[in-house]
Design a protein around this ligand. Structure first.
Ligand code: 5GP
Length: 189
């Protein structure tokens, strides 16, 4: 069986990565499986343990790092996020294309370890619009919002490190463009 491909969707927090991914994650043609990350952040209203993330303690996360269980990980605004290697490898072996929705430091690690991974950066139409989106979520204190915004500025500087960049001005169009790239890439060779 043809081994699946690794696909990384990245970009600043609040840019709408999750909304875009939802548009095509279940499209059977793309054979995609979403890799559920591990995080130490607390659950937001509406999130489900094991679906959005595996919510773990800092100790459990440290243990996973020490045991070399993560494909990549990063600290983001005071919390840890990482991709469990075991699930990713199993899914790739089963011929699934595995989609990681992660921030930029993690993506840089994946590119080093898996040079042929497909990396797509999602940009906001403007930084003002990104701020509006982050605030619109209204689930976090001002201090965290500020940290996410200053982090976003830095993340935007890394756009050139990605194979593709797509602007999320219109969700349906952005999703269609990302889908086209994934379809092309997964059918290659
Ligand atoms: P949030 O707290 O908004 O769910 O996520 C914060 C940031 O961490 C987002 O940019 C999200 O894409 C990223 N993220 C989620 N899971 C992972 C992961 O496993 N590894 C890395 N490096 N980043 C992740």
């Amino acid at each position: 069986m043809k081994r699946g491909k690794l696909i990384v969707i990245s970009g600043p927090s609040g840019v709408g990565k999750g909304t875009i991914v939802k548009e095509f994650i279940n499209d059977p043609e793309l054979k995609l499986s979403y890799s559920v990350s591990m995080t130490t952040r607390s659950m937001r209203p509406g999130e489900v343990d094991g679906v959005n993330y595996d919510y773990v303690s800092k100790e459990e996360f440290k243990q996973a790092i020490e045991n070399d269980e993560l494909l990549e990980y990063a600290e983001f605004v005071g919390n840890f996020y990482g991709t469990p290697l075991k699930n990713v490898n199993r899914l790739l072996d089963e011929g699934r294309n595995v989609l990681l929705e992660i921030e930029v430091q993690g993506c840089m690690q994946v590119q080093k370890k898996v040079p042929d991974a497909l990396s797509i950066f999602i940009t906001p139409p403007s930084m003002e619009e990104l701020e509006r989106r982050i605030r619109g979520r209204a689930t976090e204190p001002e201090e965290i919002v500020q940290q996410r915004l200053s982090k976003a500025q830095k993340e935007m500087e890394l756009v050139g490190k990605y194979k593709y960049a797509i602007c999320n001005d219109d969700v349906a169009l952005a999703a269609e463009l990302v889908k086209t790239i994934i379809r092309y890439y997964s059918n290659k060779e």
